[in-house]
Design a protein around this ligand. Structure first.
Ligand code: SF4
Length: 416
């Protein structure tokens, strides 16, 4: 008799609303300054109910992680986030080790929000700070100031939430003059235990994309992008943060458990527009548009935009990519040593990877090339005659689970 399918212990919920769309953002976002919190909560509840009834995504009796991302979850009425506890059922949130993260933007994180979230059980808040430079914040379309960021962190602490993260964006266009070194230093001044870095990418259809096409904005040469990433990696490491994943730094004990579960290939359930789920080698994703999603859920409880059963080749590529993106790296034994040896030797010689304790780990310069190196390794491991999925027209099936959509290495931040 085959064992029952694993139960899902990690849940992502998408809150798509933003007061304004940032110039670089192409995520599943609905611009709405006063979103209907009741409707959002009811729609998420209806999707969860339908999924539970179908048996398609069996939730464990207790969750390990719950991650509410966006969009800007702090734009919702605070009780809407608290209301998720009731939807998911208090017994599922009773795990004393539960990590419940909610993303917030500084300008919409009030004292009341902090207090209501903390009382509901939220124990980790991730702030979309991006920069402390007023000019840069304005050019990106952000609505907060540097003092809003500091105040938000203080409010979270005052409410009893100490596990805090801030996001910073690097690689801004040339005309957005700001001191990256200053931004990294100011993030350190906040003394939060977790910092995420995101490299700005130009996404089709965004105002930034139009500006770049018309010559009104120029993206940084590869060198500045690289220098900024490496400067932050070195500075944060010197300050005691562990660079535990390509984009993430944490003081000991504060690595994000939700992300780690996904990088380790654990099943996860995504609720909300654009959310992805993964269970038993199958991945599915919801309608990206909020209105279409909400209408579909109200009508039938489902708004599936697509699904795929991952092939053995895709699973192998994905597991290489997931391993290489973390400081845990890959076990050399897994790599059919003969085929991989010349590649690994070259990576080491070029300072892109280190081999220690039977594991191969990328260095920060290697992480800048994560996708390329994964594809190179995979194509050297692939059996003769099997075309590498990484080079196929559909592109590699590489995906992160924190947000609603597929994200490349060093992704632009889609949430908050
Ligand atoms: S970057 Fe974040 S805050 Fe800006 S529009 Fe996108 S999701 Fe909203």
């Amino acid at each position: 008799m085959s064992p029952p399918p694993p139960r899902i212990t990690n849940v992502y919920i998408h809150a798509p609303f933003c007061a304004r769309r940032c110039c670089y953002c192409d995520f599943a976002v609905e611009v709405d300054r006063r979103p209907d919190s009741s409707r959002w909560l009811a729609t998420i509840g209806a999707e969860l109910h339908a999924l539970c009834a179908s048996g398609e995504a069996p939730l464990a009796p207790e969750l390990d992680t719950l991650y509410v991302g966006g969009g800007t979850p702090s734009l919702l009425e605070p009780w809407a986030i608290a209301g998720l506890g009731g939807l998911i059922e208090p017994r599922r949130l009773a795990n004393p080790a539960l990590e419940w993260t909610v993303e917030a933007n500084p300008e919409s994180f009030s004292e009341q929000t902090a207090a209501v979230w903390a009382a509901a059980g939220v124990n980790r808040v991730s702030f979309g700070v991006q920069s402390f430079d007023p000019h840069a914040l304005r050019r990106m379309g952000r609505l907060h100031s540097a003092s809003d960021a500091r105040l938000a962190v203080e409010r979270a602490r005052a409410a009893g939430v100490a596990n805090l993260s801030v996001d910073l964006i690097f690689g801004l266009p040339d005309h957005v003059r700001r001191s990256w070194k200053d931004d990294v230093a100011r993030a350190l001044d906040l003394e939060v235990p977790h910092i995420s870095l995101y490299g700005l990418t130009v996404e089709k259809g965004t105002p930034l994309h139009r500006d770049v096409r018309r010559g009104r904005a120029r993206m940084p040469a590869g060198e500045r992008y690289r220098d900024e990433y490496l400067h932050a990696a070195e500075t944060l490491s010197r300050a005691g943060y562990r660079h535990y994943e390509v984009s993430n730094f944490a003081l000991p004990g504060f690595a994000s458990r939700h992300n780690r579960a996904c990088w380790e290939g654990s099943p996860y359930l995504g609720l909300g527009n654009g959310a992805h789920s993964y269970h038993e080698g199958r991945r599915w994703w919801n309608e990206r548009d909020w209105a279409a999603y909400a209408e579909g859920i109200t009508r039938s409880g489902r708004t599936r935009a697509g699904e795929e059963v991952l092939t053995a080749e895709q699973l192998r590529l994905e597991s290489l990519w997931l391993g290489l993106r973390t400081m845990g790296g890959l076990e050399e034994e897994r790599l059919e040593a003969e085929a991989a040896r010349p590649v690994l030797r070259r990576w080491e010689a070029e300072g892109l990877a280190q081999r220690t304790g039977g594991r191969i780990r990328l260095t920060p310069p290697g992480w800048l090339l994560l996708d390329e190196l994964t594809v190179e390794l995979e194509s050297n491991l692939a059996s003769p005659g099997i075309e590498s999925g990484a080079g196929s027209a559909a592109g590699p099936a590489l995906q992160d689970c924190t947000g609603p959509g597929a994200r490349p290495a060093l992704p632009m931040h889609g949430g908050a």
